[in-house]
Design a protein around this ligand. Structure first.
Ligand code: AMP
Length: 143
């Protein structure tokens, strides 16, 4: 069966183009990181390469070095910024896996001993809470 092509109008492509808002915490020439609007825990951040691909399966391998360099930076920053005990890093490919937005991205979620994750794509967080959490991560990235 033919692979599904990349859709240039997916929501992360629109965020990357600045057509819809996001709480950005990091940007370089290849990668952007912003807050997940339906966080599975406080500080849930998405790390997104600028290069278009639907997910890991069709991505050019040159995407992964810059992408995972930022995943590590953000993972360290959320751990420090939220005083977390650990960090979950997740990535989904195609609907059967739970993928809902079809531009490659990596979830980075601070974790606390004994506290489970909220459901994937559960409730929307208040913009002011996302803004406060984004500022904590920016501060941790600066320090
Ligand atoms: P996935 O299921 O791995 O494709 O994850 C997509 C993620 O994007 C989910 O965790 C959603 O909560 C999140 N999401 C959807 N729309 C937005 C948006 N406009 N800004 C930030 N995060 C979003």
């Amino acid at each position: 069966m033919a692979e599904t092509p990349y859709d240039t109008d997916n929501i992360f492509a629109k965020i990357l183009r600045g057509e819809i808002p996001s709480h950005r915490v990091y940007e370089d020439e290849a990668v952007v990181a912003f807050m997940d609007v339906m966080p599975q825990g406080p500080g849930h951040t998405l790390v997104v390469p600028k290069a278009p691909s639907r997910n890991l399966l069709d991505a050019d391998p040159s995407t992964f070095g810059p992408l995972f360099t930022v995943v590590q930076k953000v993972a360290r920053a959320v751990k420090r910024g939220f005083g977390a005990d650990g960090v979950t890093v997740m990535q989904f490919n195609e609907p059967a896996s739970g993928q809902t937005v079809y531009h490659l991205h990596v979830h980075v979620i601070p974790r606390f001993d004994g506290i489970p994750l909220k459901p994937h794509t559960g409730g929307m967080e208040k913009p002011e809470v996302l803004a406060q959490n984004a500022e904590k991560i920016r501060a941790a990235l600066r320090s």
